[in-house]
Ligand binder design. Structure first.
Ligand code: PLP
Length: 420
């Protein structure tokens, strides 16, 4: 459920008319709803009531510091995958002791930075990484709190590009090998093993893969404990999917939480969840304006001012985003198939193919729904298009939380050497 609804014939974000934002900010832009963020956070948090848990929001899904600050206020920590994301979480007021650091390729500098700030946990993904982390911690006379990220070898049943927990995926350590890593704890004086972690994929639309992975993990925790290890943290990762279209019905957060609770609560460890998409996906839309519409070889094309550089998901993983008119009156016009495309000079700059849509005319405003996760964060400046603004709404208030840069700012990072 979200707070993007029609009121008086106009699409609103909470109490704010999208057309009003478009007039002030210019298109295209992202718009996020605070109340939707809060709602999603609370639904998940409520599902774990009674457990010792923390929701560490996956910063990579939406790293705007106003979004992070909003979630931080509600009690969220952060799951980060780079030193840059640690900086963002800290800038948003999220305390270091609720930051977990994931990712297969942490550099020495990033580890040092994270240690200096005293983060809660490193989710380590290989023996090589573990040894480097040990070395760096020792050089600073510190002890790094670690969970090994296990690869439980389950099929997440999701798009191949967002599966992370099968044995062929680059993420995590096979359970057998993880056991050997924990066994080295005596030799690694700079490491304190405090838990285990996992993350099996994204946009999961079934509970079975979670259940399977979590059961393997629970067994593993028992094995580790039997071997004398203190395992006080279980990081269950993120990955629960959201409904991008009306027909899809992913599991409810409440039912997902019930599985987490059922499998992990008896182990009496602190439970960490790392949701990204679930919290922020449906809390954001991308607003765009129609530039032209044209017919070519009988196909209808709607050319809009947003493009693949602003929202990459459709070209990257054939993702579906519902497209709705900002003015409700369009919904009364007959729907006919159209391709919705951006201005970028790539054939893959397509948001939708053969989508049944109203008779959009130039200057009409449209909105791509469910664009809050993996939208703005993946954007770039291809075709020398400026990064687009992000607007955060709360009730009747709104603010531009990332301004559109100027062309001067874009060009000033580049220079022409004297020898050219
Ligand atoms: C991407 C990622 C997440 C978040 O995934 P969602 O599908 O957005 O919930 C959580 N943990 C790790 C380690 C990730 O890489």
């Amino acid at each position: 459920m979200d707070y993007f609804n029609y009121k008086d014939g106009e699409l609103h974000a909470e109490e704010v008319a999208i057309s009003e934002l478009a007039t002030h900010v210019g298109t295209p832009f992202y718009c996020y709803s605070s109340q939707t963020l809060a709602r999603h956070y609370r639904v998940l948090a409520n599902s774990l009531e009674g457990c010792d848990f923390r929701i560490c929001f996956a910063v990579k899904s939406n790293s705007n510091i106003a979004v992070l600050a909003s979630l931080g206020r509600l009690g969220a920590g952060a799951d980060v995958v780079s030193a840059g994301e640690i900086r963002r979480a800290l800038a948003a007021g999220i305390s270091a002791d609720s930051i977990v650091f994931s990712g297969v390729g942490k550099t020495r500098d990033e580890m040092a930075f994270a240690l200096d700030h005293g983060i809660f946990q490193f989710n380590v993904e290989s023996q090589a990484e573990l040894h480097i982390l040990n070395e760096i911690a020792l050089s600073k006379s510190q002890i790094a709190p670690v969970a090994i990220r296990i690869n439980p070898d389950v099929d997440a049943i999701t798009h191949a590009k967002i599966s992370t927990g099968k044995k062929d995926d680059k993420f995590g350590v096979p359970i057998q090998q993880a056991l050997e890593l924990y066994a080295q704890s005596q030799q690694l004086q700079g490491i304190r093993f405090q838990g285990i972690s996992m993350h099996i994929g994204s946009q999961l639309t079934q509970l079975a893969p979670f259940r399977q992975a979590y059961s393997h993990a629970a067994e593993f925790v028992k094995t580790l404990r039997a071997g004398g290890h203190i395992i006080s943290v279980i990081d269950a990762g993120g990955g629960l999917g959201i409904p991008y279209c009306e027909e899809s019905e992913p599991p409810l957060p409440h039912d997902y939480g019930a599985v987490v609770k059922e499998i992990f609560a008896p182990l009496g460890a602190k439970i960490i969840l790392e949701p990204g998409r679930l919290i922020v996906g449906n809390a954001g839309i991308l607003v765009s304006r129609v530039i032209y519409s044209k017919y070519s070889h009988e196909r209808r094309f709607i050319i809009v001012d947003a493009a693949m550089n602003d929202l990459m998901r459709p070209s990257l993983y054939d993702a579906y985003h519902a497209i709705v008119p900002v003015s409700e009156a369009h919904n009364a016009t007959p729907l006919t198939p159209a391709d919705v495309v951006g201005p970028v000079c790539e054939s893959s700059d397509i948001f939708a193919k053969d989508r049944l849509l109203p008779d959009f005319k130039p200057d009409d405003l449209i909105a791509f729904r469910s664009a809050g996760a993996y939208g703005a964060v993946m954007s770039g400046t291809y075709n020398t298009r400026l990064l687009i603004p992000e607007v955060l709404v709360n009730g009747a208030q709104w603010s531009v939380v990332r301004a559109r840069p100027t062309y001067e700012e874009l060009l000033k990072c580049e220079s022409i050497p004297g020898w050219v």
